[in-house]
Ligand binder design. Structure first.
Ligand SMILES: OC[C@H]1O[C@H](O)[C@H](O)[C@@H]1O
Length: 312
């Protein structure tokens, strides 16, 4: 195996906007203090997070042949993510998210779909996927040509070839939730939605009931993240358990869930138990929100473990 994790799916450029204190009146322009450009999108964030945590990571997906696409490819390269599976589509626009950060660090996100809109099964370099121990799919609801049977097909191929499969979702603005995701669930070793997303699929916020429902639909191991009580982990055949969050001063919460996935998968790749990996996930998520940008706060695996020991 050449890689530990291959990440497939949603990637974009994040345009981070910090408004001045007051909210605009409806229909008026918003004054901003600053605008910055970062890499973004669940898959991109998780891939860069994994690489910063020292995991051998590759990525498959699509960006446009524009300035944003070039910026993303170069950032991936500098971060140490293999981009052989990254398509640059000439004449197409790279996806972007306008992320507005409030005074409390909470964000609102406006998605401009770009190349994620047309990402399809044939765009994915299967060899790259099968050359990894783990496949991570991120942001499945933000890729309308990939979000149903195509994602399920890729997960099935990977799982049947012995690749451990993991998936996070994203918010589904079109509200299809379980109807769309159901064919994927039977091919997932790890399903790691946020509690808000999971609630939309199953209709409860209670992690134990959510995990039970996903297990009944074919998922092997379930994580519900991160929620006010931390993350809830229920591996196959075991009781579910909570792991509490680390207190952190949030300046930008965007990417916390992606950082969690990176930390958790890095833990598994490094041979930690599921419980210890969940703690590393919580630490990576907490470190992420202390800095502006979705991957700025992520540090090496050793530093993340150290953080978990100090503040746990
Ligand atoms: O998960 C965080 C990501 O969601 C949004 O899509 C932004 O791109 C941000 O990077």
């Amino acid at each position: 195996m050449k890689f530990d994790v291959c990440c497939v799916g949603h990637m974009c450029t994040d345009i981070l906007v910090k408004p001045v204190d007051t909210l605009p009146e409806k229909g008026k322009l918003q004054l901003v203090d600053s605008i910055h450009q970062y890499t973004g999108g669940c898959t991109m964030n998780t891939a860069i997070g994994l690489a910063k945590l020292g995991v051998k990571t590759s990525l498959a997906g699509k960006v446009g042949g524009d300035g944003f696409g070039a910026f993303m490819k170069e950032t991936l390269r500098i971060s140490g993510v293999n981009t052989d599976g990254l398509l640059l589509e000439k004449g197409a626009m790279t996806s972007a998210s306008v992320v507005t950060i409030g005074a409390d660090g909470e964000r609102t996100i406006l998605h401009c779909l770009g190349t994620n809109q047309s990402l399809c099964f044939d765009d994915i370099d299967i060899k790259q996927v099968l050359d990894a121990r783990y496949l991570f799919i991120g942001g499945v609801f933000l890729m309308p040509a990939f979000d149903g049977e195509a994602a399920a097909r890729l997960l099935k191929i990977a799982q049947e070839s012995g690749v451990v499969t993991a998936m996070d979702t994203a918010w589904d603005a079109r509200g299809r939730w379980l109807s769309l995701i159901r064919p994927m669930l039977a091919h997932l070793d790890w399903f790691m939605p946020s509690v808000e997303e999971a609630e939309q699929m199953i209709g409860t916020r209670e992690p134990g009931r959510l995990a039970e429902a996903f297990r009944a639909l074919g998922v092997k191991n379930v994580v519900i993240k991160p929620g006010s009580r931390g993350c809830y982990v229920q591996p196959q055949g075991e009781e579910g358990r909570y792991f509490g969050i680390f207190p952190a001063k949030a300046v930008d919460t965007a990417g916390a869930g992606d950082a969690w996935c990176a930390g958790f998968l890095a833990g598994l790749v490094n041979g930690l138990s599921v419980d210890a990996a969940a703690v590393v996930g919580n630490a990576a998520g907490a470190m992420c929100v202390t800095q502006v940008g979705t991957t700025t706060g992520i540090r090496s695996f050793a530093e993340t473990q150290e953080y978990a020991r100090q503040d746990g």
